[in-house]
Design a protein around this ligand. Sequence first.
Ligand code: UDP
Ligand code: MN
Length: 437
Amino acid sequence: MVCECWRCGVERDSPVVLAPVWDWGWAFDEKAYLSSKLLKAGEDPYRQHAFNQLESDKLSSDRPIRDTRHYRCTSVRYDPDLPATSLIITFHNEARSTLLRTVKSVLNRTPPSLIQEIILVDDFSSDPEDCQLLTKIPKVKCLRNTRREGLIRSRVRGAEVATADILTFLDSHCEVNSEWLQPMLQRVKEDYTRVVSPIIDVISLDNFAYLAASADLRGGFDWSLHFKWEQIPIEQKMSRTDPTQSIRTPVIAGGIFVIDKSWFNHLGKYDTQMDIWGGENFELSFRVWMCGGSLEIVPCSRVGHVFRKRHPYDFPEGNALTYIKNTKRTAEVWMDEYKQYYYEARPSAIGKSFGSVAERVEQRRKLNCKSFQWYLENVYPELKVPEKELIPGIIRQGGNCLESWAQDTTGSMLAGMGNCKGTVNNPPVTQVRWASA
Ligand code: UDP
Ligand code: MN
């Protein structure tokens, strides 16, 4: 049954029919590529990749997936002369079956004229052939780091060799859905300052089922710079009359997005002193919004991604310290006086080393970017500034405190508003009386 109510969450069940648009030729031996890396008998299928590799290996690299878009997306028409894009996929020890399925889903579900190239950046995986062998597939190029760089520097490396005017970043365990690229390219073509993401569908890490994600979510975060999906604010939801319309988002999840290459370069690419994984999505998101661009989710674009519960790879400096370093750099460069709330929410970041941010601060100054206060007021008013500090007996408001400082003879508490003293021997300026029970 076709659901006419787009908010009711029921979607059509129409499997994608694959039209093979590529002649694979004889050069790439898929069977040999996959079979040399199958699991050994008795091996834990989750150990190496933190998803069920056995299930992934069983699936065809060309498997059909459900078209999860709203049905109205299928009648949207895009410019016939959309610009081509360079795809950049960085990976460190990705499973061969998921990496290959990512690449093949792109080739199978994208008009060839829109793909300039697929740049794989092998971030020093154990086996160089994971990447190298895939260059037998049309349009695929492979760059290999000579040491582990992390996804941030790897993406910048890919972007620097890209030859198309538009960059498309993808994780290495994705499957793109029908007409995934056109709606995103359309938005960027119309306005190069837009940075756009698809709705990210879920590929189950246990059985690799392709599951539709809700179309009512956007990217958000809390003061500790922890990313979360959140409901679109109710007023925005009510004013949306067209389910194919883009959704403004305060931040992007970070793994899958399209950006104009000149705009990416103009804004300062990424902070390449960030390591391995994490935090770069906030840094990019604040930078885009505060320096004159916008971020949006394009609901007619759907890309599946295997969301995992843990990182399967090592962090040379440790996972926690790396996340602190990356988010601390973000807070120091972009959050102005609001960075205090980051430190309050993540006290373990206080005193930790994070390198120099002088270059990034200078970049922000040169670009004449707006303040974090502007961002909070105009982009993310739902992120509330924390309640004024509450210490038992003291209510703080700015530089003033409402403090209890003495008891009178009846046992009632005397309190008053004034400079924060924190001591009963220093009575505040104005006094009020709290009845003591
Ligand atoms: N990645 C990388 N180098 C690293 C860590 C990650 O190239 O040191 C790649 C990884 O293979 C994946 C992408 O960066 O393609 C995002 O990492 P991951 O999928 O682990 O992050 P998540 O999607 O869980 O946020
Ligand atoms: Mn991922």
